[in-house]
Ligand binder design. Sequence first.
Ligand code: UGA
Length: 427
Amino acid sequence: MKILIVGTGYVGTTTALVFCEKGHQVTGLDVDGEKIKRLQSGQLHFFEPGLDELLKKHLREGKLSFTQNESKAIEENDIIFICVGTPQDKDGSADLSYVQNVAERIGENLNDYKVIVDKSTVPVGTADKVAKWIKLHQEKNISFDVVSNPEFLREGSALQDALQPDRIVIGHSSDKALHLMRELYKDFNCPFVETTPKTAEMIKYAANSFLALKISYINELARLCDVLGLEIDDISRGIGLDHRIGEAFLKAGIGYGGSCFPKDVSALLKIAETNHQSLSILETAVKVNKTQPKYFIEKLQAALGSLENKVIAVLGLAFKPDTDDTRESPSFKIINELIKEGSKVKVHDPVVKIGSRQSLKQAGTVEECVSDTDAIILCTDWEQYNAIDWPSVRKRVRFPFIVDGKNMLNPNEMKHAGFGYYAIGKS
Ligand code: UGA
């Protein structure tokens, strides 16, 4: 099949490459000329393991191309995936202006029957709006169908998640479109949820919000474990082995971040509010997440006293490992708190580069970052931080204290290395 992917971010680029892997002919379209130029020359504009090689392979084999020519791209393809951003608007809702713009261009250039697929995370009812925007911009009455097909890939493991999804959700309102979508995904070995577009749209918000809820639940429980002197990691395992609960997303730490959970939870809360329905459980999850970084800062204050003029090393800037994405990263919430308290902050990240500025200095190596510091806060669970030689770090620091925001390090090893160690919910 000939597929057009509109929007070449994490989701769009990964989706394009996965369809190439399945033997389809794919075109990537973006309004950002710089991104298109880079992608067409085989260079990714973001960090994501495994995508680089596939990009080069499919460009070389002629299965993939990138363009800015909207009309030609729309005319020449059978299925059009909308993968543009839906950022958070000022009132907390999802901003649909990019989606609307794509729909209008599709309307202007529709030359024969096509299926338009919403892959972007969008509020309930957006498929209907997309159909309306397309119709409003059509000169001739050419038929089309809009399908909702939300994406569930995670940054850092995007390729694997998209190649081997847990399920594929198809929200459709015509048998013709459903038939085409089944054909498109025929080589994927997973359950299919075939439903209405509105239900498919809600499934995506409900999934992200439920995962956020799980994280906030375990984080709040971890605070109680701190008081009771209990081990949160054992509790996560002890409850997670119950298949009804599941072990995933029960890792306590400084809270969730990224471009999805905060934005999508906020959008679902807005949908509930607009419909005069309470989702208080989710409101509480947001509150817990907002206060979680501060909880770690308080642990630091309990150990060091005032943080004014203290030099603090922050390890990790990305919102999670294996990505260079810092959107809503808890690291920056920690950094901002530290700067507010008058600390001098040194930061390190294996991939993210932010440069140095007043009160904030980026170090090239972990050793440089931790040298002459009064404390270290680990904010991203990059694998390489597991291999740090802590006894040798001990010799470099001014005061040996570590706050482990990801419950990642071994408390006994830290103790043997001579560090005071705090991680949430560790007896
Ligand atoms: C999330 C969802 O997991 C994907 O299914 C979804 O497709 C994606 O949003 C999206 O809507 O595009 P992502 O934000 O890339 O994926 O990353 P996650 O692995 O879900 O992590 C989100 C945040 O939760 C990170 O800050 C992570 O450190 C935190 N987290 C995760 C925890 O604090 N504890 C956990 O146990 C798991």
